[in-house]
Design a protein around this ligand. Structure first.
Ligand code: TPP
Ligand code: MG
Length: 889
C-alpha cells in the first residue's frame, strides 16, 4: 500500500480497506494527528448512533502522552536544579549509608528515592504550594521509602542540622532523631500523612481530595486551586487499597487530585511485571476508570531518535520489550542495549551508530527528565473535570552504580568505597574522596547559588514542605447538662444505645456552634442504625445534588441528597469510610477546621477489616469517634458467625491513642461523648474513641448521681446489693449488664447471696491507668505507693468478682493483676451462631443463669456455699454441665 505516513500500515488488508486507510493517512499527513483523532472520534460516535459496537481501546502506544511539539519550555534553571538534586541524592545516600555502617541492620532505603528524585524536585521547585494565600496549600503523600530524600532536602534548606540528619533512625538517644518513614506521631511538625503501609496513602489521598470538596461545598473552607499529590510505587498498585477506590475520584470529578506512579518497574523482590509492561496495564485500568492518564516514558534524548526513525521500528521494538527486558537494559549497560534492543533490526542499529555505549546507556527515561515531568505536571494541574494519573517510567536505584536496576536494589543500604567515589564523580559533589568514603553529608554555604535557588523557589511557593500545622483550636465543648435529655433516662421506653446515639447526634448537628462541624459517616448502614431522620435533617453529601426525583419524596423521611449535605454515605466500603474518617479526623490540622467525625459501622467490619488504616489514623494524630454498631457476639442476633463481633475491643485495645468504651446505657454514652469532645477538641489531646453500640431495646435508667467520673474512667457501682452487705461483686458491660442485674436478683432471692453490681464501661482504660500507676511505683520504690483507680474503686468490696461481657474473656481479664485471684470472667470466645439472644447467651454462658452458676460455683470452691445446693441450682437453671466449650465450637 502506498502511504505518505512514515510508519507503513500492517499488510493484509483488502483493497477496499487499504483505500480507507490511505484516505485516513492523507488526512493525518495534510492536517495533523489531532485531526486524525477527531475523524476517528466522529466515526466512533456515528457508529454508536447506528447501534454499532466497537471495542474501545484503553491503551495507547508505548510513547509519551504529550508529544514533543506540544511541550512548553522548562521554566526553571535546569543546571542549578540538577546540581541541587545531585546534592540531595548525595545526602540521602550518605545518611543511610553512614547509619548502616555505624549501626548495622538499622536499615533505610536508597533505591526508591534515587528513582523518584527528579519527580519530586520538579514538584518542589515548581508545583507544590505550601500555602494558597492565607489558606493551607497542597498536600503531598510521599512514597514512604523515599523519606531519606525528603530529609536530605530539608537538611540542605537548613531545616535540620547535620547531627539531626545523622540521627536518621536513631530516635531514642536523647537528641531529636528522624523517623524511618513519614510518621506524624513521631515528627508532628513535619510529616502530615503516614504512607509507608503500602496502599493506604493512595486510598487516603482520594478521600482527602473528596473531603476537600465536601468542606468547600459546605462552605467550611474557601475554594482554592490546591491539589493533592500522591506519589505511589508501581509495586504498590498491587494493593487492593491503591486501585480499589479510583472510581470514586472520577465519579466525583476530583480534579484536585494527581497521582504520580513511580514506575521503576521493580518492587522489593524483583520486577513488578517482568513479562508485561506495568505502564500499559495501569494506563488501561486508570483510563477505564475515567482518569486523565499522562504517560511519561521517554526522556528528551529519545526525541532525536524518534525524529530520525522513519521506519516505525523504534516504537515497534519498544512494544516488543517487556519490563524484565527494560530492567536488564538499565542493569547491563550500553553495549548490551545496543545489541539486545537496537540490534534486533539493522535500521535501529543504524539509528544509534553515531552514539557511544555510554550515550546509549544514559538515554533517559521520562521520569528522570525535568522537561517531560514539568509538562506532565502542568497538564495535570490544568486538567478540569477529573483526576489525573501520571505514569512515569524511572530506574530503580538510578545512579547507584552496581546497585542500579538489580533485583536486590530495594534492600541495598550501603555502597562500596568505589561506589561512593564513583557517586561523587557522577553527580559532581565537591567533596574530597576521603570524605566521600566516610559518606560525609555535604551542605554548601547558605549563600551558594544552589541553596539560594532552593530557598527562592520554596519562598515563591509559600514556604517549606512537608510541614504539618498544629493550630490553636479555641474550642469550647458542651457541658454534661447539655445532654440532659439523655442523662435523664428513657422513662420506661425501650430503646437501644444505638437509637440513643442517633438522637444525640441529631441534637449535636442542630447546635449553632458545633453542629456544622459534625461529620456523620456511614458505609451503607444508615437504616441499620436508624439514621433516616438524620438523612432528612441534614441530607447526604452529593456533589451534583439530587438529579432525580426520589420515589419516596412524598414521605417525611425521604432519601435526600444535597450538594451541601452533611452525611457522608459512602456505600459499601469500610476502607473508603475509614479514609473519610481520616480526612475528617485530621482536618483540625490540615484545614484548621476541627470537624468531628462520627463513623458508624458494623463493629465486626472495623478493626479486623481496616485495622491498618486505623493504626495510620492514630499515627496521623486523628480525632473522632468510631461507633461500632450492632456490637456484641450475643446481642447482634440472627446474623451468625461472620457478623457477631465479640473481639473488636481486643483489637481496639492495641491502638495506643484509641480509648475504648462499651457502655450499657444511653446516659453512659452521653457522658463518654461529652468527655471525648472536651478532651479531643477543647483540651487538644491526641486521642480518639471507639465506642460500641448495640441494637437491643430496653428501658434506659437515669444517670445516678456522681456516676460521671466512674463512667469515663471505666467503672462505677450501678446497683448495690438489695439486702444487706454484698459478699460477691458482679461486673457487667453493654447489654450484658442487664443479665448481670437479673443474676443479682436471682442470687439474692433464690440463693440468699448478696452482690453489688458494677457497670464497667472500659476495662481497657482501667488497665491502662493501672499500668501507668504500676510503672510509676516500679520506678519510684522509695516513694509511697500509688493506687490504681480500679483498686480504689473496689476498696472495701467483699468476695469474688464475676465479670460478664459480650466480648472475649480477655477483655475483663485485663484487670486480673489488680484483682488478686478474685476475678472469674465470662465472655464470648469462639465463633458466633445464628440464633436469638436467649439461646446465644446461654450458648456463650453469659446469660443471667450462667452468671449465677459461675458465682455459686466459685463460692462453693471457696467453701462459702453448700455444694449440694449449688448442684441443685445448676439443675434448676438447666445448666448443661456437659455442653461443649463454645470457645472451641
Ligand atoms: C502493606 C505493606 N506491605 C509490604 C511492605 C513492605 N515493602 C516496603 S517497600 C516494598 C516494595 C515497594 O515497591 P514499589 O511500590 O514498587 O516502590 P519502589 O520502592 O519500587 O518505588 C515492600 C514490599 C509495606 N511497606 N507495606
Ligand atoms: Mg517500584
Amino acid at each position: 500500500m502506498n502511504t505518505k505516513l512514515a510508519v507503513p500500515a500492517q499488510p493484509g488488508f483488502s483493497e477496499e480497506l487499504s483505500e480507507w486507510i490511505e484516505a485516513f493517512d492523507d488526512v493525518v499527513v495534510a492536517e495533523g494527528p489531532e485531526h486524525g483523532a477527531e475523524l476517528l472520534n466522529a466515526l466512533r460516535q456515528r457508529a454508536r448512533e447506528a447501534g454499532i459496537t466497537t471495542a474501545s481501546e484503553l491503551t495507547t502506544p508505548y510513547l509519551n502522552t504529550i508529544p514533543k511539539h506540544e511541550e512548553v519550555p522548562y521554566p526553571g534553571d535546569r543546571n542549578l536544579e540538577r546540581r541541587v538534586e545531585s546534592l540531595i541524592r548525595w545526602n540521602a545516600m550518605a545518611m543511610v549509608h553512614s547509619q548502616n555502617k555505624k549501626d548495622p541492620g538499622i536499615g533505610g532505603h536508597l533505591a526508591t528515592y534515587s528513582s523518584l528524585a527528579t519527580l519530586l524536585e520538579v514538584g518542589f521547585n515548581h508545583f507544590f504550594h505550601a500555602t494558597h494565600g492565607d489558606q493551607p496549600g497542597d498536600f503531598v503523600y510521599f512514597q514512604g521509602h523515599a523519606s531519606p530524600g525528603i530529609y536530605a532536602r530539608a537538611f540542605l534548606l537548613g531545616r535540620f542540622d547535620e547531627q539531626r540528619l545523622l540521627n536518621f533512625r536513631h530516635e531514642l538517644r536523647g537528641e531529636p532523631g528522624l523517623s524511618s518513614y513519614p510518621h506524624p506521631w513521631l515528627m508532628p511538625d513535619f510529616w502530615r500523612f503516614p504512607t509507608v503501609s503500602m496502599g493506604i496513602g493512595p486510598l487516603n489521598a482520594i478521600y482527602q481530595a473528596r473531603f476537600m470538596r465536601y468542606l468547600e461545598n459546605r462552605n467550611l473552607i474557601e475554594k482554592t486551586p490546591r491539589k493533592i499529590w500522591a506519589f505511589v510505587g508501581d509495586g504498590e498498585t498491587d494493593e487492593v487499597d491503591t486501585l480499589g477506590a479510583i472510581g470514586v475520584a472520577s465519579r466525583e470529578k476530583l480534579d484536585n487530585l494527581v497521582f504520580v506512579v513511580n514506575c521503576n518497574l521493580q518492587r522489593l523482590d524483583g520486577p513488578v511485571r517482568g513479562n508485561k509492561r506495568i505502564i500499559d496495564e495501569l494506563e488501561g485500568v486508570f483510563r477505564g476508570a475515567g482518569w486523565n492518564v499522562i504517560k511519561v516514558i521517554w526522556g528528551s534524548d529519545w526525541d532525536k531518535l524518534f525524529e530520525r526513525d522513519h521506519t516505525g521500528l523504534l516504537l515497534k521494538r519498544m512494544e516488543e520489550c517487556v519490563d524484565g527486558d527494560y530492567q536488564a537494559f538499565k542493569a547491563k549497560g550500553g553495549a548490551y542495549i545496543r545489541k539486545e534492543f537496537f540490534g534486533k533490526y539493522p535500521e535501529l542499529l543504524e539509528l544509534v551508530s553515531d552514539m557511544t555505549d555510554e550515550q546509549i546507556w544514559t538515554l533517559h527515561r521520562g521520569g528522570h527528565d525535568r522537561a517531560k515531568i514539568f509538562n506532565a505536571y502542568k497538564r495535570a494541574t490544568e486538567h478540569k473535570g477529573g483526576p489525573t494519573v501520571i505514569l512515569a517510567k524511572t530506574v530503580k536505584g538510578y545512579g547507584l552504580g552496581t546497585t542500579q536496576s538489580r533485583n536486590a536494589s530495594h534492600q541495598e543500604k550501603k555502597l562500596t568505597d568505589e561506589g561512593l567515589t564513583a557517586f561523587i564523580k557522577q553527580f559532581n559533589i565537591p567533596i574530597p574522596e576521603d570524605l566521600a568514603k566516610e559518606s560525609k553529608p555535604y551542605r554548601p554555604p547558605q549563600d551558594s547559588p544552589e541553596i539560594v535557588y532552593m530557598q527562592e523557589r520554596r519562598a515563591s511557593l509559600g514556604g517549606y514542605m512537608p510541614r504539618r500545622d498544629v493550630p490553636e483550636l479555641n474550642f469550647k465543648a458542651p457541658e454534661l447538662d447539655y445532654f440532659a435529655e439523655w442523662t435523664a433516662g428513657s422513662k420506661g421506653r425501650e430503646v437501644s444505645t444505638t437509637m440513643g446515639f442517633v438522637s444525640i447526634l441529631r441534637h449535636l448537628m442542630k447546635d449553632p456552634e458545633i453542629g456544622k462541624l459534625i461529620v456523620p459517616i456511614v458505609p451503607d448502614e444508615g437504616r441499620t442504625f436508624g439514621l433516616e431522620s438524620a438523612i432528612r435533617q441534614v441530607g447526604i453529601y452529593a456533589p451534583e445534588g439530587q438529579k432525580y426525583k426520589p420515589h419516596d419524596v412524598d414521605m417525611l423521611l425521604y432519601y435526600r441528597e444535597e450538594q451541601d449535605g452533611q452525611i457522608l454515605e459512602e456505600g459499601i466500603t469500610e476502607a473508603g469510610s475509614m479514609a473519610s474518617f481520616t480526612a475528617a479526623g485530621t482536618a483540625y490540622s490540615n484545614y484548621r477546621i476541627p470537624t468531628i467525625p462520627f463513623y458508624m459501622y458494623y463493629s465486626m467490619f472495623g478493626f479486623q477489616r481496616v485495622g491498618d488504616m486505623i493504626w495510620a489514623f492514630a499515627d496521623s494524630r486523628g480525632k473522632g469517634f468510631l461507633m461500632g454498631g450492632t456490637a456484641g457476639r450475643t446481642t447482634m442476633l440472627g446474623e451468625g458467625l461472620q457478623h457477631q463481633d465479640g473481639h473488636s475491643h481486643v483489637l481496639s485495645s492495641t491502638v495506643p491513642t484509641c480509648l475504648s468504651y462499651d457502655p450499657a446505657y444511653v446516659y453512659e454514652l452521653a457522658a463518654i461523648l461529652q468527655d471525648g469532645i472536651r478532651r479531643m477538641y477543647q483540651e487538644n489531646e491526641q486521642i480518639f474513641y471507639y465506642i460500641t453500640m448495640y441494637n437491643e431495646d430496653y428501658a434506659m435508667p437515669a444517670m445516678p448521681d456522681g456516676a460521671a467520673e466512674g463512667i469515663v474512667r471505666g467503672i462505677y457501682k450501678f446497683r448495690p446489693a438489695p439486702k444487706g452487705k454484698a459478699t460477691v461483686q458482679l461486673f457487667g458491660s453493654g447489654p450484658i449488664l442487664n443479665e448481670v442485674l437479673r443474676a443479682q436478683e436471682i442470687l439474692s432471692h433464690k440463693y440468699g447471696v448478696q452482690s453489688d453490681v458494677w457497670s464497667v464501661t472500659s476495662y481497657t482504660e482501667l488497665r491502662r491507668e493501672a499500668l501507668t500507676v504500676e510503672r510509676w511505683n516500679r520506678l519510684h520504690p522509695t516513694e509511697p505507693e500509688k493506687t490504681p483507680y480500679i483498686v480504689q474503686a473496689l476498696n472495701g468490696s467483699k468476695g469474688p468478682i464475676i465479670a460478664a461481657s459480650d466480648y472475649m474473656k480477655s477483655i475483663p481479664d485485663q484487670l486480673a493483676p489488680w484483682l488478686l485471684n478474685r476475678l472469674v470472667t465470662l465472655g464470648t470466645d469462639g465463633f458466633g451462631r445464628s440464633d436469638n439472644r436467649e439461646h446465644l447467651r446461654r450458648h456463650f454462658e453469659v446469660d443471667a443463669e450462667s452468671v449465677v452458676a459461675a458465682t455459686l460455683s466459685r463460692l462453693t470452691r471457696d467453701g462459702k456455699f453448700d455444694a449440694a445446693k449449688a448442684q441443685r441450682a445448676f439443675a434448676e437453671m438447666k445448666i448443661d454441665t456437659d455442653a461443649g466449650d463454645p470457645a472451641k465450637r
